[in-house]
Design a protein around this ligand. Structure first.
Ligand SMILES: Nc1ncnc2c1ncn2[C@@H]1O[C@H](COP(=O)(O)OP(=O)(O)O)[C@@H](O)[C@H]1O
Ligand SMILES: [Mg+2]
Length: 246
């Protein structure tokens, strides 16, 4: 039997910088971000458009590499992994949820959720069983055989949540998952994600510019011009609610 120590810190960012070149001009998208995100936390990255939210999530999700600094995933520095190991990390350990849902349009909800499990080499029956179970959990038990264009935006995002969770990742990265939804639907979606994170113990990092998400977070990091200006527990934000602005 293999005994594995479960890391208490899912993500550690250590002085992460990311600079893009726009022609001859440097854009400093992240400027020295350091942050620890413990296992099971629902962490909200709050910042206006252009503040570096997507860049931040791309570094954490190993979709891009920092200009300097280090990201640790469960204690492992990402810079120590080769391409194949990074790909495997992305497909087995991390679930991604995007603003635009990113479902495959020509296949059903059930197939969209089971597709990533094919790459994880689950047997066919197990794939179907898992996908059905999680689709029921997100409230789509009666919509499994519909294609994305037959579903509302909120329902499509529920499929994306189910897809992200199906492989039992240790981390979910949600980049403005409410951005294309009306306020009420968006809030329901994030509440669902919050419930599922509590049920499964998965760590969630959710970016947004919507102050309503403060109520759902365990902690909030305020991002401005590529810098985290403050990281707070939800309760501390509530006390200072009048000061809150982004
Ligand atoms: N591939 C890129 N090339 C050049 N600049 C980029 C690139 N990606 C992002 N940026 C710039 O980096 C900054 C942060 O962008 P981004 O992380 O997308 O912010 P957010 O997701 O908060 O809107 C912005 O100024 C943006 O224009
Ligand atoms: Mg973005």
């Amino acid at each position: 039997m293999v005994i594995r120590m479960l890391e208490e810190i899912t993500i550690r960012m250590d002085d992460v910088w990311k600079t893009y070149m726009m022609g001859t001009e440097e854009v400093k998208a992240l400027q020295g971000v350091s942050l620890d995100i413990p296992r099971g936390e629902f962490h909200v990255i709050m910042g206006p458009s252009g503040s570096g939210k997507t860049t931040f999530l791309n570094m954490v999700g190993a979709l891009d590499i920092p200009t300097s600094g280090e990201v640790y995933f469960e204690g492992v520095p990402l810079s120590s992994l080769n391409k194949k190991q990074l790909a495997s990390l992305r497909s087995y350990r991390i679930g991604f949820i995007f603003q635009t849902f990113n479902l495959v349009p020509v296949i059903t909800a059930l197939e969209n959720v089971s597709l990533p499990l094919v790459f994880q080499k689950y047997p066919r029956e197990e794939r179907r069983r898992r996908a059905e179970e999680i689709l029921k959990r997100v409230g789509l038990g009666d919509r499994m055989h519909h294609t994305p264009d037959e579903l509302s935006g909120g329902q499509q995002q529920r499929v994306a949540i189910a897809r992200a969770l199906a492989g039992e990742p240790s981390l979910i990265l949600a980049d403005e998952p409410t951005g294309n939804l009306d306020l009420k639907t968006g809030f329901q979606i994030v509440e669902l994600l919050r419930e599922l994170s509590q049920e499964t113990g998965v760590t969630v990092i959710n970016s947004t510019h919507d102050l309503k998400l403060i109520d759902i977070a365990d902690r909030i990091s305020w991002l401005r011009d590529g810098e985290i200006t403050r990281t707070q527990k939800k309760l501390d934000v509530a006390i200072n609610a009048n000061d809150v602005s982004i």
